[in-house]
Design a protein around this ligand. Structure first.
Ligand code: TRH
Length: 379
């Protein structure tokens, strides 16, 4: 255990979307709650933060939220002391005066918290030294799905809370009712969080035609335009419900981050994206569909294949092909018909596998604990 006086600075630039702040806010809270260290979270865009955590006052330079000191990262950097552990999330560039402050003290542990990837090379690179600034050494810290990586963010007791929630039909009903959702009996409940996707129309066509009714929950976001086009409406707003044959589409407000977990736990199938929602859907123990964040030269497709290779281990060949085919079609913006039908056919096996995968991943140390351990080994 590090000394509770240990000070940690976590730096987050919001490049786009919600993943950068989603991951760093989750990490900061967990470090405080479970490791009793002092955390300052520096964020350059508090408006994105406010969407995940409505208590944030985006006008404040400094505020405390859930034990975390949240600081706006201003263009004009204030004179502050460097912390004992400095985490630059997703290769963000620290302010030059802060780097000088790091060099002016007994050198802190300086880490780059990297993007999540299931690729082989991650194990070899995790924990390696990176660049040096004067006498301060930076290290790579890679989250990951394999032993030898930094693991995944997972709060203490998360799976137990999830199990209790999923075991109680009443608790789930009350949660959904709180969001204005009345689930029809025997319907398939699906959540949809994705980037714009040309394949969506074919998926919605399948759902509408299916003899099993589906209820799709869509938090406000980038996919809404495609949903509206398929419905034949100009635009969509939170609260709207549209029915097309066997498919009910319901638009939700963007929910707070802790409620989003409950939404994932409530659904039979979750379409997620980026990094943080992707991991949370795995902890939900339900089959999922990943819309990966697109990168230059299609390098995201290597990441997609690396994850599929790991995730599908233990599945029967047709179930593995079903889910892989669905994911590839989704990430290609291609027709989802065959992939969805195959996924439905192997739904029981895919459900069992989602739970098994979740339990297997939970055998790893969680990312916050791994970071603390890294620090303890380093001092
Ligand atoms: O928003 P994203 O697309 O973020 C992306 C990725 O992290 C990507 O790797 C990164 O390079 C890019 O940002 C800059 O998807 P992600 O990672 O799932 O983050 C979404 C966050 O929003 C996550 O913490 C869950 C949260 N969320 C809510 O709090 N409420 C909601 O209603 C929804 C749909 C999501």
């Amino acid at each position: 255990m590090p000394d509770t006086n240990t000070r940690w600075d976590v730096f987050c630039t919001v490049v786009d979307n919600f993943g950068d702040i989603g991951v760093t806010w989750r990490l900061a809270r967990q470090l405080v709650a479970e490791h009793s260290v002092q955390v300052r979270l520096w964020v350059d865009d508090l408006r994105a933060f406010e969407r995940l955590c409505p208590e944030i006052d985006n006008q404040l330079a400094q505020q405390w939220q859930q034990g975390v000191e949240v600081r706006h990262w201003p263009a004009d950097w204030p004179a502050v002391d460097a912390a004992d552990v400095v985490i630059a999330a997703f290769a963000c560039q620290l302010p030059a005066p802060y780097m000088d402050a790091m060099a002016a003290r007994e050198p802190p542990l300086w880490l780059n918290l990297d993007y999540l990837s299931a690729e082989d090379w991650v194990v070899g690179c995790h924990g390696l030294p990176s660049v040096k600034y004067r006498n301060v050494q930076k290290y790579f810290f890679f989250p990951g799905f394999r032993q030898g990586t930094g693991g995944l963010l997972r709060e203490r007791g998360l799976l137990e809370r999830r199990r209790q929630f999923q075991q109680s039909a009443q608790v789930q009903r009350e949660f959904l009712q709180g969001l204005g959702i009345e689930r029809a009996p025997d319907s398939l409940l699906i959540s949809l969080f994705a980037y714009e996707n040309a394949g969506l129309a074919s998926w919605l066509d399948c759902l509408a035609r299916d003899s099993t009714p589906s209820h799709m929950l869509v938090p406000e976001g980038r996919i809404l335009g495609d949903v509206a086009r398929w419905l034949g409406v100009e635009e969509l707003a939170a609260g709207e419900v549209h029915v097309r044959d066997g498919l009910t589409v319901q638009v939700l407000p963007f929910v707070r981050q802790d409620q989003y977990d409950l939404l994932l736990w409530s659904c039979d199938f979750n379409a997620v994206r980026g990094e943080d929602s992707f991991v949370r859907a795995q902890w939900a123990g339900r089959p999922l569909l990943w819309h990966i964040y697109r990168q230059d030269e299609d390098i995201h497709l290597d990441k997609l294949e690396a994850f599929l290779a790991l995730y599908t281990k233990g599945l029967s060949p047709p179930a593995s092909e079903a889910i892989s085919g669905l994911w590839r079609a989704w990430n290609d913006g291609a027709a989802m018909t065959d992939g969805w039908q195959a996924t439905r056919k192997y739904a029981p096996e895919l459900q069992q596998h989602a739970e098994a995968w979740c339990l297997e991943q939970a055998l790893q140390d969680d990312l916050a604990a791994a970071l603390v351990q890294f620090y303890v080994n380093w001092i």
